[in-house]
Every structure is written in C-alpha cells, then in structure tokens.
Design a protein around this ligand. Structure first.
Ligand code: FNR
Length: 185
C-alpha cells in the first residue's frame, strides 16, 4: 500500500480533559489505513503579533512547517460564545501568514464541531467556514458533522461508549479520507 496521507488534526481546546481532544483521538483510531492522523494541540503557540512577523518565534515556524508538510487539515473544535475558541483563532492567524503564503493553502480541509449542549457547536463550525476559504484549501461540504450531547460519551480512559456517535464519526472520517484521496491526486 502507498504510504498514508498525513493529516494534521487541530484541536480547538487546550483543556486537559477536553471532549474535543477525546473526539480527535477517537477519529484517529477510526481513520482508515489511507490516513495517518496527527492529533495536534495548541499549547505553546505564541500570540500572533504582526510586530514579530520579520523574526517569527520558533513555535510559529514549527506549526507552519507541520501544516506545510501535511496532506490535509482537520479542525476539531468546541464552541465558545457561539464562535471558535481564541486559541484556535490564534493558531489560524499564525498559520495564515506571511500574507499570501498561508500554510493551510491547498490542504483538503475538514471541520468537526462538538458540544455537551444540544446544538453541537454548529455556530463555531459555521464561523470556521467563514474564516477559512481565503487561506485554506478546499473544505469538504458533505457530510456535515456537529456532535451534540457529548458530555457523557467517554469513559475514564477516554474511550467513546456511544454507538451512535461512533457511527457518525466513522462515516465522517471515511468520507474525509475519500475527499483527501481525490484532492491529492
Ligand atoms: C462554553 N461552552 C459553550 N457551549 C456551546 O455549545 N456553545 C457556546 O457558545 C459555549 N460557550 C462557551 C464559552 C466559554 C468561555 C466556555 C468555557 C464554554 C461550553 C463548552 O461547550 C464546554 O465547556 C466544552 O466542554 C468545551 O470543550 P472541551 O474543552 O471539552 O473540548
């Protein structure tokens, strides 16, 4: 088999027991053999500051390089105040520069939102769909995925125990794998 496509999974929460992180890890386990998911948390990414663009911090350069070397980017995000968390917006700003040379460019992109609440973080996902088009690659339109009521979905070891949730995550990651395959041809 050809070597798997390397997908950077950007986790929009830096909380230790983050549901978003658990979802990202579950997707990594469910992914077909054609994908290798690199679950990436955003601790240690310096605040974006245009003053630093001429001499970017090492953490910005490392993050950009990781994106550039990837075959796709999968955003997994919670919703904060009907949008995406600040840490995620900061990382997107870092990855989007220098102007015209966004590290997300050309990367087949997926968006997975979640919430313990009833709406599945749909507003955060919609905001990502507004932010990304000018700086990213193609965004997979179908299927959409907004995971709701995820508060009781994981056991103490971070394993997902809800069959319905596993099923939609499996469908999503299989569709994303096909999308990545098509875009990388
Ligand atoms: C939230 N939460 C939340 N949930 C939601 O569905 N819509 C929202 O607008 C918000 N807003 C919001 C703002 C702030 C500042 C916090 C801290 C939380 C609840 C949120 O979904 C919940 O805390 C999740 O557990 C956060 O994701 P992680 O850290 O578990 O991945």
């Amino acid at each position: 088999m050809a070597s798997p496509y390397n997908i950077v999974v950007i986790v929009g929460s830096i909380r230790k027991e983050s549901f978003t992180l658990k979802i990202a890890n579950t997707l990594a386990k469910l992914a077909p053999a054609s994908l290798k998911l690199d679950v990436t948390t955003l601790q240690g990414i310096s605040f974006f500051n245009q003053d630093l663009e001429a001499t970017p911090p090492a953490d910005w350069l490392a993050f950009r390089e990781k994106l550039q070397k990837s075959n796709g980017v999968l955003f997994v995000t919670p919703e904060y105040n009907r949008s995406i968390p600040g840490v995620l917006k900061n990382a997107i700003d870092v990855g989007s520069r220098p102007y015209g040379k966004s590290s997300f460019l050309g990367k087949p992109t997926g968006i997975v939102s979640n919430s313990p609440g009833p709406l599945g973080g749909v507003s955060a996902a919609k905001h990502l769909q507004n932010i990304l088009p000018g700086i990213s690659g193609p965004i997979m339109g179908q299927p959409e995925i907004y995971l709701n009521a995820i508060g009781d979905a994981f056991d103490d070891r971070g394993e997902c125990s809800k069959e319905t949730l596993l099923k939609v995550m499996q469908q999503y990651i299989d569709a994303y794998a096909a999308f990545v395959e098509k875009q990388n041809k």
